[in-house]
Design a protein around this ligand. Structure first.
Ligand SMILES: Nc1ncnc2c1ncn2[C@@H]1O[C@H](COP(=O)(O)OP(=O)(O)O)[C@@H](O)[C@H]1O
Ligand SMILES: [Mg+2]
Length: 260
C-alpha cells in the first residue's frame, strides 16, 4: 500500500501535507508524532473516511484513492471500526458475526448455505477468542466497559481479514491487564508475512517492541522515516517529537510525546 503526495486541507489548514510513503507486506510501521500531527487524518484518508484534496492511494499498484469505504474494505484496507458505527444493541458475538458475514457473503455459494452458516459462526468465535472476549459474547455492546469495546474493534478488524491493518492507538483507555492481549495479537499479525501493519502509537516502549520501521508526522508532514533505532535517535525526533532538550540543554527529556 502506498500513498503519493497525499494531502487534505480543512479550510486553510493542511492536516496531511503531501505524504508519500510505501508500506510493504510483512512490515509493521509505527506512525508517531505529537497530537494534531495528522496521524488519524492520514488513516481516515487511506480508509476513505475523508476525501483527499490531492494525491493518491495505491493498493497493489492500483489507484484506490476515490473508492468508497466499503470497496476499500473489500479490497483489504482494514481500519478498526469506530464503535459509533457498530450496533450497540446487538451482542458482541453478533457484531463480529456480521463482519465475518459481510466478508464471506461476497463469495457465497447458495448450494452450501448451511456450511456457510457454520463457517461464519466458527470464524466469529475464533476472532472473539483472539481478543479475549469469548466469555462476553452474549453481552450487548453498549454494556461493555471501554477496554472491551476497544478489544471488540480489533476483533471486528480480524473478522474482516484485511491485507492492511491500521491500528490507531489501539490500547488507549485500556487497563494494564488488557493491553498485552492487544499487543500480543498485533505481534502475531505481524508474523504473517502477507500482512501490512500500520500502528499509531505514542507509548515508546510499545513502539520499540513492535516497530520494524518508524515514520514521524509533524504538522501533517512526513518528517522522518526509517529504522526504529535511527529514527528514535535522530535529533529531529528527539527535539521536535520526544521533547528531549538539545545535548547541551538543561533538564531531562520526556520519553513520551505530549499527549492529551
Ligand atoms: N474533520 C476535520 N475538520 C477540520 N479539522 C480537522 C478534521 N480532522 C482533523 N482535523 C485537524 O487536523 C489536524 C490533525 O488531526 P489528527 O489527524 O486528529 O491528529 P493526530 O491523530 O496526529 O493527533 C488537527 O489540527 C485537527 O484539528
Ligand atoms: Mg489521532
Amino acid at each position: 500500500m502506498e500513498t503519493r503526495g497525499l494531502t487534505i486541507r480543512f479550510g486553510g489548514h493542511v492536516a496531511v501535507n503531501a505524504v508519500s510513503c510505501a508500506f510493504r507486506a510483512g512490515e509493521l510501521t509505527c506512525i508517531v508524532g505529537p497530537n494534531g500531527a495528522g496521524k488519524t487524518t492520514y488513516f481516515n484518508l487511506i480508509s476513505g473516511q475523508l476525501p483527499a484534496s490531492a494525491g493518491q492511494i495505491l493498493l497493489g499498484g492500483e489507484d484506490v484513492t476515490r473508492l468508497p469505504v466499503p470497496e476499500k474494505t473489500r479490497r483489504g484496507i482494514g481500519r478498526a471500526f469506530q464503535l459509533t458505527s457498530l450496533f450497540p444493541n446487538l451482542t458482541v458475538f453478533e457484531n463480529v458475526r456480521l463482519a465475518v458475514q459481510a466478508r464471506l457473503h461476497l463469495g457465497l455459494d447458495l448450494f452450501s448455505v448451511w456450511s456457510h452458516h457454520r463457517k461464519v459462526r466458527e470464524q466469529a468465535e475464533a476472532c472473539l477468542e483472539r481478543v479475549a472476549l469469548a466469555d462476553k459474547r452474549h453481552q450487548p455492546v453498549a454494556a461493555l466497559p471501554h477496554g472491551d469495546q476497544r478489544k471488540l474493534e480489533v476483533g471486528i478488524l480480524l473478522a474482516l481479514q484485511p491485507r492492511v491493518f491500521m491500528f490507531d492507538e489501539p490500547t488507549a483507555g485500556m487497563s494494564v491487564d488488557e493491553v498485552p492481549v492487544i499487543l500480543d495479537l498485533i505481534h502475531e499479525i505481524k508474523q504473517d508475512r502477507s500482512k501490512t501493519v500500520l500502528l499509531v502509537e505514542h507509548k515508546m516502549d510499545v513502539v520499540r517492541s513492535l516497530a520494524d520501521r518508524i515514520i514521524v508526522l509533524h504538522n501533517g508532514t512526513l518528517m522522518a522515516d526509517g529504522d526504529p533505532a535511527e529514527v528514535i535517535a535522530s535529533p529531529i525526533v528527539q527535539q521536535a517529537y520526544l521533547g528531549v532538550a538539545p545535548p547541551d540543554g538543561a533538564g531531562a527529556g520526556n520519553a513520551e510525546a505530549s499527549h492529551g
